[in-house]
Design a protein around this ligand. Structure first.
Ligand code: ATP
Length: 226
């Protein structure tokens, strides 16, 4: 698959078809599983991600998971700052700047600017998810992987996350796993359809949803299965 830079690519397919497994290959998370074996190649520009230090890979390729997972003992500020501090940023002013910028990009700043020292877990689920997006953006990744980022959220928070994907895709390369075909159609420029661990079809979202080449894609998007 040639995932285009600074666009949003959706990964769709029925439950268990391998969507999460696929995106986890893109930032090498699956290697943490016992008995994992690696085949093939993932390139970011000219660089082979599997030749890089995995810690560097995860800085360049950030990830947001289905359930918001802020660090429960840390404040809102520290959740966003942690990656920067681990990367060696010590200057307080610089940290503040970057935290604010990341929270603004995640469309959360206005809601939290007066309580940055409150625990992250005091936020609503939708706010926590935007906090996790801010945490991922703080270290300035090139790619943002989102594994069903809105499926645990209410409709209003879902809409906010979708709006965010729209905004972010001009600056970041986004790969979003979604169960929701309408969501894929709304936010993604390109869509990949997976079935039984196999990539069946990949192309422009409009084409996948209006004129798919493969019968299995057509059956899935018209609701015949899955
Ligand atoms: N290409 C593959 N070959 C063999 N097994 C695979 C392949 N891809 C995924 N699997 C296995 O299939 C199972 C489901 O995969 P995964 O969780 O990635 O699916 P999913 O599409 O994200 O599912 P869900 O939508 O329910 O979250 C896992 O046990 C995974 O190890």
């Amino acid at each position: 698959m040639n995932i285009e830079a600074e666009k949003a690519t959706a990964i769709i397919g029925p439950s268990g078809c391998g969507k999460s497994t696929f995106v986890r290959c893109l930032n090498r998370l699956h290697e943490t599983l016992p008995m994992a074996r690696v085949d093939g190649e993932v390139r970011l520009g000219e660089e082979d991600l599997y030749q890089m230090d995995p810690v560097d890979v995860r800085r360049v390729v950030g990830m947001v998971f289905q359930k918001p997972n802020p660090f429960p003992t840390l404040s809102i500020f520290d959740n966003v700052a942690i990656g920067l501090r681990l990367g060696g940023m010590r200057n307080k002013y610089e940290l503040q700047q970057r935290v604010e910028e990341s929270l603004r990009m995640a469309a959360l700043w206005d809601e939290v600017k007066d309580r940055l020292n409150s625990p992250a877990v005091s936020l609503s689920g939708g706010q926590q998810q935007r906090l996790c997006i801010a945490r991922a953006l703080a270290v300035e990744p090139e790619v943002l992987l989102m594994d069903e980022p809105a499926s645990a959220l209410d409709p209003i928070s879902t809409l906010r996350v979708e709006e965010l994907v729209e905004q972010l895709k001009g600056s970041y390369t986004i790969v979003i796993v979604t169960h929701n075909m309408q969501q894929a159609a709304r936010v993604a420029d390109q869509t990949a359809f997976f079935l039984n661990g196999e990539l069946v079809e990949f192309g422009d979202t409009t084409k996948i949803f209006t004129k798919p080449s493969d019968q299995r894609t057509e059956d899935y998007i018209t609701g015949r299965f899955g």
